[in-house]
Design a protein. Structure first.
Length: 314
């Protein structure tokens, strides 16, 4: 489940990056095409100018005659000076025309290459989209299967003995602790749903924790280092785990679908200890998270300001 979730995340990230790359390559292609049109217009103008000069020289009969005609446009300058200026202007125009033609050819080649890259990236994006759909379909099937297995296990009060396939997959994933971080969020990719103290038909006396709406199978992490003190199931919390972080401080993780830590085991901050689920008295897939002063229900504090006080913003 975790591997499928991570694969789905990687595929989605690659798809988004691929889409951005396609957009960037198309923008570069359009820029090159615009530059190519501009250079071609410049080259055409220069060639027309050079052609006009050559035509004038042909009609005048010689460069000298053309120069004498040009002298009329440069009264007061010696013919030799006008001739030098005229020849230099011709050379400059011819060199510029040649340079523009080279730039046009280079731009044309770059434009073709950019078009090819955009097409290749677009094809890769399409493949990633199909892969994302396949992974997403597989992930949803796995979530549905896990949800059913967890519900059955919770109803039978066998939360410590989940089906072998689930336990093996869960235990095969290395703990993902957060080095150097004392406190962290219990899940990622969440939406905050029912808040602490909220009223509702499912709670008598107010909601005792903070709910994080996440899909079934989302990795649940220990918010801080501690020891697992209990693992229960079959009541309103479904499959539920409590971790002690020191004297007078506990955290609870409820409505789970699978566990990766056992009572008595030590856990690290950020370590994966369970998978979220929909077991017990739940209106949909989510993690019910509590911060308590005692291990039992009824000693909870609002988790959101407590986490904020410890440097964790939700």
């Amino acid at each position: 489940m975790i591997r499928l979730g991570e694969a789905a995340h990687r595929t989605s990230r690659a798809y988004v990056e691929g889409r951005r790359a396609v957009q960037a390559e198309r923008a570069e292609r359009d820029r090159l095409r615009t530059a190519l049109r501009r250079e071609r217009r410049t080259a055409g103008s220069l060639l027309r100018t050079v052609g006009a000069i050559a035509g004038e020289q042909y009609r005048a009969g010689s460069v000298a005659a053309y120069t004498l005609r040009a002298v009329g446009a440069h009264r007061g300058k010696p013919p030799a000076t006008v001739e030098r200026v005229t020849k230099r202007r011709e050379r400059v125009l011819a060199a510029r025309a040649l340079s523009v033609r080279r730039e046009s050819r280079a731009l044309a080649a770059d434009s073709v290459a950019a078009t090819a890259r955009a097409a290749a990236l677009s094809s890769r994006r399409d493949r990633l989209e199909k892969a994302r759909e396949r992974v997403g379909s597989g992930l949803q099937s796995a979530r549905d299967a896990l949800r059913q297995l967890a519900s059955t296990a919770s109803a039978r009060q066998s939360c410590g003995k989940l089906p072998p396939a689930v336990s093996t997959a869960a235990q095969g994933v290395a703990p993902a602790a957060t080095p150097g971080v004392r406190w962290t969020r219990p899940v990622e990719g969440y939406e905050l749903s029912a808040p602490f103290g909220g009223a509702g038909d499912h709670w008598s006396g107010g909601h005792t924790g903070q709910d994080f709406a996440v899909p079934v199978g989302t990795p649940v992490r220990a918010v801080g280092a501690g020891r697992v003190t209990s693992l229960t199931c079959g009541d309103g919390f479904g499959i539920s785990m409590v971790v002690q972080h020191g004297a007078g401080l506990y955290s609870q993780y409820a409505h789970l679908s699978a566990v990766m830590a056992r009572p008595g085991g030590q856990v690290m901050s950020g370590q994966r200890i369970a998978l979220s689920g929909d077991t017990g008295n739940s209106t949909g897939p989510h993690l019910h998270f509590e911060v308590r002063r005692k291990p039992d229900l009824g000693s909870g504090v609002d988790p959101v300001p407590w986490l904020r006080l410890h440097g964790v913003r939700l």
